[in-house]
Design a protein. Structure first.
Length: 170
């Protein structure tokens, strides 16, 4: 299935511009800051994908749920940050998101995101059931806990104090 339209819900203009620049000419990228305009989109909108930028909308889980209820056949992709709580990601998937990508990860970059959207739209007819989503979430949560445990062990055993400073110097 070829994507003809992408509906981006969020406020990150730079991200939208990057998606538009990477998209083939046959793909239309519509943007909105809220989910209210989704009600005006025909529920049988074929060959469209919805991207919900969870970092720039209020109540992203409710937004995903309302979109999934209205556009039953369109895949909904959630864009999250790497620091997003895994439980929020799980809630997004349970609310109807077909999949998610981390903005800073390779799959979240526009070129790879479009390839991901193509694959997502092809699989949208066979959306995973709740057990598959839950199993995938549990595997990811288990992997993150193992990583956190390893880092904690390393930090506890280093003889010198370790400080972390984010990009803002905090």
């Amino acid at each position: 299935m070829t994507i003809e339209e992408i509906l981006y819900i969020g406020t990150d203009v730079d991200y939208v511009t990057a998606i538009e620049n990477e998209s083939p000419d046959t793909v239309t990228v519509d943007t909105t800051e809220t989910a209210e305009s989704v009600g005006s989109v025909p529920s049988e909108a074929a060959d469209s994908v919805v991207i919900v930028d969870t970092t720039s909308v209020d109540s992203p889980v409710q937004v995903v749920r309302s979109i999934s209820d209205h556009l039953e056949t369109a895949p909904v992709l959630a864009v999250v940050e790497s620091t997003t709580d895994p439980l929020v990601v799980f809630d997004l998937l349970m609310a109807g998101a077909t999949d998610y990508v981390e903005r800073g990860a390779p799959s979240g970059r526009p070129t790879q995101l479009l390839a991901h959207l193509e694959a997502t739209s092809e699989d949208s007819a066979s959306v995973a059931d709740d057990d598959d989503v839950e199993q995938r979430f549990r595997q990811e949560l288990k992997a993150r806990r193992r990583t956190e445990q390893r880092l904690t062990t390393v930090l506890d055993r280093i003889p010198q104090p370790v400080f972390y400073r984010d990009a803002d110097g905090v």
